[in-house]
Ligand binder design. Structure first.
Ligand code: PRX
Length: 647
């Protein structure tokens, strides 16, 4: 690897890391040649109540699809994240909580975590929650979010965490889909000094959720809220009435741990289901190797627990490893653009894991807010959620990391449970913009549109040829949708929905989604979801939504809207439609640009030609390709003339 853009492994790093480059190749080869032996050994990194004798039982054949890991073993995930550390780490900090307001922070030791989680578990039990029941968690970034998740794991309930930025409608859809009987929320959330009305949103959502019997409310701000007697319960009152101990439930490896909703190319969000044993083995192992986690490290992942990154790399992976994990309630630019680095200095953070969109936003404000902090504790930087452009990568490396900290660009998905492609700090020379090499046991393949495997340096659709323990097991309540979405496009493979390039060194460069999913600030959004929100507005006849390149967000949301006959396209209506989508889905789905489209480019059979819409949205209208199959080629000229993105 002689390319000037390669950043070599630092020698001190290779020595101190869990694994060096040769070690990586040896272990990777073993993991692929003998997956059973490899995972039989590494499955032991967590505590089992009854040890497994079977390791892997997998078929990616869509007519006989099954994915089972460590099937006959039993365990409890919460006991692995808490109880097993108590002998050695009772007084070690498990969670550092940093509030939205810089004057607020809290350290929670493993001993305290045990008590908090047990109490939370007993409160849920008192609300009638039993093993296998679904509990929806709609909380801000407060320690109670982690307590609630672990409490569910402790009693064998399945949690479904819904991001606090989602609207009442989006929350209702997720509660109904998995039939939760209990919702955990808080009076309000606090982000960037602004209050988020979580309880009011829950009240609104529950008008559509007759199955919900109780709402457990955590007091965060003390703000005024409505109260439904007989349904609503203050968490602090209920917690004071229950014992501080709760025995962990013995769970089978394949018992569900959680559901997490994520957007796809079609239909409503899917309930991605993860199970217990394999998920914990995989998240704890990737957390150790990818972040080169060592005893005593202070580790900070800035994600929200409402996303998979928060599940796997704030809560489960780090806590299973007995780590100190930092949980941040706020936002990068509050009170000012130095906040991230002030928190790094305040808590002596060693590992910092964030999304490219945050880096790009901070980069816009220049070096000064970073440089006025010292960041001496940092040893490793991470990136996740979307492709990181080399310019942002280099800024992160140079300005934030002072060229001392490797960057791990981790590629993975809600569906994968944990990181699949990423550098390992002591083992992988870095290339800015590349997620580099697969983790142990992961077999990426690139295929053409017919599903033929492409070898060598090439570009194609990214698939995975065999299972890894953290893989999702099904779509909750709809196994056929699981098969259709992931195993029916390219037979015999798990299809990721991403495109990728592999270079001559075998490094992977993720090029982005190849389906109708867009990635806005690292958040996944189905274009179909935004379209159906738009057409639900009485003045909208038809809508087509595509992504377009956006400097900060990675992709922005571009909507083409056809109004119902007689409606006038006005600025006021444009604003109204943006507000409408925010209300229907949440602020993350707000269209950045809305173009009035008297007609949409369709084939003679009525199919919208999205390729053309994407090109116009990207301001690449002179390379539209073949438009001869359009029913009315005239509409294209109008769309080009009135395009919104002239950047
Ligand atoms: O397109 C890829 C992109 O994010 C998608 C997964 O989104 P989600 O399920 O919300 O999970 C995000 C956090 C794991 C992927 O299909 N993506 C994620 N990480 C990267 C990425 N694209 C490029 N590089 C990455 N490191």
């Amino acid at each position: 690897m002689s390319d000037a853009s390669v950043i070599p492994i630092r020698e001190d790093r290779a020595k101190s890391a869990w694994i060096d480059e040769k070690g990586y190749f040896d272990l990777y080869e073993r993991s692929i040649k003998d997956p059973d032996g490899f995972w039989a050994e590494h499955g032991k990194r967590i505590d089992w109540i009854k040890p497994y004798s079977k390791v892997k039982d997998i078929s990616f054949d869509r007519n006989n699809l099954h994915i089972r890991w460590f099937e006959d073993g039993t365990l409890n995930v919460a006991a692995n994240c808490i109880d097993r550390h108590l002998a050695k780490r009772r007084d070690q900090v498990a969670i550092i909580w940093e509030g939205d307001d810089p004057s607020e922070h809290k350290n929670i030791t493993y001993g305290q975590l045990h008590e908090e989680v047990c109490r939370f578990a007993n409160v849920l039990k008192a609300q009638g929650v039993k093993k296998g029941d679904r509990v929806t968690i709609y909380l801000p970034m407060i320690p109670e979010a982690a307590y609630a998740m672990l409490a569910c794991a402790r009693i064998g309930a399945i949690h479904s965490v819904v991001f606090g930025g989602f609207s009442p409608d989006a929350l209702a859809g997720r509660i109904v889909d998995c039939d939760s009987t209990v919702v955990v929320t808080s009076d309000e959330g606090l982000r960037g000094g602004r209050k988020v009305p979580l309880k009011a949103n829950t009240d609104e959502a529950l008008k559509k959720c007759p199955g919900v019997k109780s709402v457990v409310v955590v007091k965060r701000t003390g703000g005024k809220i409505d109260w439904a007697d007989g349904r609503d319960v203050w968490y602090h009152e209920a917690a004071s009435k229950v014992p501080a101990d709760c025995p962990p439930e013995e769970m089978k490896a394949e018992d569900p741990l959680f559901i997490l909703y994520t957007s796809g190319s079609t239909g409503s969000p899917k309930g991605v289901l993860h199970t217990s044993g394999g998920y914990l083995v995989y998240t704890s192992m990737t957390h150790q190797y990818v972040f080169d986690y060592h005893e005593g490290d202070i580790y900070w992942c800035t994600a929200d627990v409402g996303w998979v990154t928060g599940h796997s790399y704030i809560v489960y992976g780090p806590l299973a490893n007995g780590a100190t994990t930092l949980m941040f309630e706020g936002v990068p630019n509050y009170p000012d653009g130095s906040r991230f680095w002030q928190v790094v200095d305040k808590h002596k953070v060693n590992t910092f894991y964030t999304a490219p969109t945050a880096i790009r936003a901070l980069m816009r404000d220049g070096e000064e807010p970073v440089k006025k902090t010292n960041r001496k504790s940092l040893r490793l930087l991470g990136s996740v959620g979307e492709p990181i452009n080399p310019e942002a990568w280099l800024w992160y490396y140079r300005v934030v990391g002072d060229e001392k900290s490797p960057i791990v660009d981790t590629w993975w998905q809600t569906e994968t449970g944990g990181i699949l492609i990423s550098p390992l700090p002591g083992a992988t020379p870095l290339k800015p913009g590349s997620a580099t090499r697969p983790f142990f046991g992961v077999l990426p393949v690139l295929v053409d549109h017919e599903g033929n495997e492409l070898k060598g340096a090439t570009e194609g659709n990214l698939c995975i040829a065999d299972s890894w323990p953290g893989q999702m097991r099904t779509v909750y309540g709809d196994h056929q949708r699981f098969i259709d979405t992931y195993f029916s496009t390219f037979l015999g493979y798990y299809f990721t929905g991403d495109g990728a390039r592999r270079d001559e060194d075998g490094y992977y460069w993720i090029t982005g989604r190849v389906d109708d999913v867009i990635n806005v600030s690292g958040h996944r959004m189905g274009t179909a979801e935004v379209e159906s929100a738009l057409v639900a507005h009485p003045k909208v006849a038809e809508a087509a939504v595509v992504g377009y390149p956006h400097d900060i967000k990675g992709q922005g949301i571009y909507a083409y809207v056809t109004l119902t006959a007689g409606e006038e396209p006005t600025e006021a209506l444009r604003k109204e439609l943006v507000q409408w989508v925010r209300k229907e889905i949440g602020p993350i789905a707000s269209p950045d640009l809305i173009q009035w489209a008297p007609g949409l480019p369709k084939t003679r059979s009525g199919k919208i030609m999205r390729r053309i819409l994407r090109k116009i949205a990207a301001n690449e209208y002179d390379a539209l390709g073949d438009t001869s199959t359009l029913a009315d080629p005239g509409v294209v000229n109008d769309l080009i003339e009135n395009r919104m993105n002239r950047a």
